[in-house]
Design a protein around this ligand. Sequence first.
Ligand code: SF4
Length: 121
Amino acid sequence: MLQPPHSSLQVADVPPQRVPDRDQDAPWHTEAVCRRDEAGLFFAPSKEPTAARLSREEAAKRVCARCPVMVECREHALLQPEPYGVWGGLTAAERRVVLARRRRREMELKKTARGTIAAAG
Ligand code: SF4
């Protein structure tokens, strides 16, 4: 499992076993704009107030917006799925919404395919 490219993480609220190992060989990883997240933008420090979290997440998203590997990073975070932090310009909550939409779309496609097969048979 990849660790986000942002390296100096403030992950006090993340159980250590959930922080994935960094995979320096990931091809997109080397181009990540956030390789040195010295501002600690991408993960929440413990007991972060809501207003501070929203401000930090927006700042992280601005970094992501100019990152050449945003699509790869986002897909990685969705496929894992990564439970914490900002990845590919999405917060964990936003990724959950995207994943729920994908699952719903897949179910609809399967249902349509079953209906098509039944009608043909
Ligand atoms: S999209 Fe954001 S989190 Fe992902 S590598 Fe780029 S800057 Fe880092």
